[in-house]
Write a protein that binds this ligand. Structure first.
Ligand SMILES: Nc1ncnc2c1ncn2[C@@H]1O[C@H](COP(=O)(O)OP(=O)(O)OP(=O)(O)O)[C@@H](O)[C@H]1O
Ligand SMILES: [Mg+2]
Length: 261
């Protein structure tokens, strides 16, 4: 028997009712993500990427359709996936250590044990010395790192990351990409990743889904068959650059200003 995909979006759509009438943020969309894949969603601002994540995380009811995890209906259930929101949402009254430990704590790990797991990672990934500070003492990039660590430590099979590296400087971003690839190789999670950075999407992913807006929808699936483990030097290979050009052209075609012209 063929096992179901780890995550399936089945006929999923979202229409918001606003003062100006109904707005279709996401037209009926289907997506299958097999277990252990790294899948990116790219598309223009407002094409419904965060809306998809909010629905998958059970925070927003879809207008039509279902979310299935391992073939089971998970629509509207909170706590089935790890989710790093586009805004980091660290709790200002908790220390960095206790923010990173928070996800584990919510899942039932005693705080002492959660801290013991979090501390070495905090030290290894550039937040050493800040563990007992509060988030207000961190730079934007450091806050993102803390939020990412918190999400990865929740130990869920499916992890949703909404532009986790968007606010980082190039060097930190590149370091964290390597780190995330390492974690992905070691732990075999299923990752759904949103980014505006085409090169980042290709470098990290097994598959990219390109979206368009008005209405938000998935327009193309691109398999990224670069071998793993990946090395940074892959970005200058002709194959990589050809894929990048293809993606950029697709996104350019979605540009509303261009369509209007
Ligand atoms: N609660 C809401 N009520 C009305 N419209 C909404 C609501 N939430 C989102 N939208 C609209 O739905 C569309 C999709 O929003 P969404 O946040 O999913 O976009 P996105 O692809 O994540 O964009 P970005 O790349 O800027 O983060 C946008 O046009 C947005 O204004
Ligand atoms: Mg968004």
């Amino acid at each position: 028997m063929v096992s179901p995909p780890k995550l399936r979006l089945e006929n999923l759509s979202k229409t918001f009712t606003t003062d100006n009438g109904d707005f279709v943020a996401l037209a009926a969309s289907n997506l299958d993500i097999p277990a252990g894949r790294f899948v990116s969603l790219i598309g223009p601002s407002g094409c419904g990427k965060t809306t998809i994540f909010n629905i998958v995380a059970g925070l927003l009811p879809p207008t039509t359709g279902r979310v299935l995890i391992d073939g089971e209906d998970a629509t509207g259930f909170i706590g089935q996936v790890g989710y790093m929101l586009q805004k980091d949402l660290l709790l200002p009254w908790r220390t960095v250590l206790d923010n990173v430990a928070l996800g584990m704590e919510i899942k039932g790990t005693p705080l002492k044990e959660a801290r013991e797991r979090a501390l070495p990672l905090i030290q290894r990934y550039g937040l050493g010395g800040f563990e007992h500070q509060h988030p207000s003492a961190l730079s934007g990039g450091m806050r993102q790192r803390a939020a990412l660590l918190r999400t990865l430590l929740i130990d869920m099979d499916v992890i949703l990351l909404d532009e986790p590296f968007g606010a980082l400087d190039a060097q930190t971003k590149s370091k964290l990409q390597e780190w995330l690839l390492g974690l992905f190789n070691d732990f075999g999670r299923t990752v759904v990743f949103v980014t505006h950075d085409v090169e980042e999407a290709i470098y990290l992913s097994d598959e990219i889904h390109v979206m368009a807006s008005k209405p938000g929808r998935i327009v193309e699936a691109l398999p990224i068959d670069l071998p793993r483990p990946r090395h940074r030097s892959v970005v200058t290979t002709p194959r990589f650059m050809a894929m990048k050009k293809y993606c950029l052209d697709l996104l350019h075609d979605q540009d509303p200003q261009r369509s209007a012209a």
